[in-house]
Design a protein around this ligand. Structure first.
Ligand code: GUN
Length: 287
């Protein structure tokens, strides 16, 4: 069994990205910048954004946090997003999810301008993705594909089963694997007999948020397993896959933590850099 280490892959990829950012920042006399909007003090979100800040600092992206109170109004949040949309110093932004229930998440995500959408969640960026056009890809699916590329895994012709159908992971990663020639099956909470869809899969991506939903009885020998889940159980981080057992059967598998997580952060860094380049190049064209 080979471990698909997101920690190792992202470390190497961040070095390359850092060099590109140093050169571009000199050329354009400006570093890329990412604004992160956090509402409230969700412990998981606080931990995620700490990782994002550290990674930005490492590669030379200016990181700016807007930490708002839990009871911030819809109007205040909309005003901030509109201001950041107009701020030329800011290349990219994210609204860290989840946000409190009194706020209209879908509306706010689409209010972030397409040109600053570092998460690739905007309806237009997702529309481009589903039409197989160049776009800003959501960070986690982009990170997963980056990890497969790093380990030179070609999915063409493979049977790929994705468990989870979210707009953030399951659905876009299905599309991206299909674009690379895999035959896809998307399973979800209403799927009957999950095992019948996983047992013949060559590659399985699990993104459900349900600890150990994928067990050894459900996979064939030599399968490749990508575990997107990060669940805190009894103070320990575990994935959606029963790693100890499935890793005895799989040919390759991501660990949790240290698998998809670091690659998601890397996807966000790359998106920020791509948006920054778009902005710098469009400035040159408009002179
Ligand atoms: N919460 C958990 N993952 C993510 C992510 O990739 N982006 C944002 N904005 N919030 C998240």
């Amino acid at each position: 069994m080979m471990l698909l280490s997101g920690r190792k892959a992202s470390k190497a990829l961040k070095e390359t990205l850092k060099n590109k950012i140093v050169k571009a920042s000199e050329k354009y006399s400006k570093s890329p910048s990412l604004a992160v909007i956090l509402v409230g003090d969700n412990p998981a979100s606080l931990s995620y954004i700490k990782g994002k800040k550290k990674a930005c600092e490492l590669v030379g992206i200016d990181y700016k946090l807007y930490h708002l109170k839990e009871d911030v109004s819809q109007f205040e949040l909309e005003t901030l997003i509109v201001e950041l949309n107009q701020d030329e110093q800011i290349d990219a932004m994210i609204l860290q999810l989840p946000i409190p229930k009194h706020l209209d998440e879908n509306y706010l995500i689409d209010l972030i301008s397409r040109e600053k959408d570092a998460d690739g969640f905007h309806v237009v960026n997702q529309g481009y993705l589903y039409q197989h056009k160049k776009t800003i890809y959501p960070a986690t699916p982009k990170g997963i594909i980056g990890l497969l590329d790093f380990y030179q895994i070609n999915v063409e012709g493979m049977n790929a089963t994705i468990i989870g159908r979210s707009n953030i992971v399951g659905f876009p990663v299905a599309r991206m694997l299909m674009d690379r020639g895999a035959t896809i099956t998307v399973c979800h909470s209403k799927t009957k007999d999950l095992k019948s869809h996983t047992i013949n899969a060559d590659i399985i991506v699990v993104a459900t948020g349900r600890p150990h939903i994928l067990t050894k009885e459900m996979v064939k020998s030599g399968v490749i397993v990508v575990d997107v889940g990060i669940n805190r159980v009894d103070g320990k981080l575990i994935g959606d896959v029963d790693f100890d057992e499935v890793s005895k059967i799989a040919s390759m598998i991501t660990p949790v933590p240290g698998g998809v997580g670091p690659m998601t952060i890397y996807g966000l860094l790359e998106n920020t850099f791509e948006l920054y380049l778009e902005h710098q190049e469009s400035k040159i064209k408009s002179f």
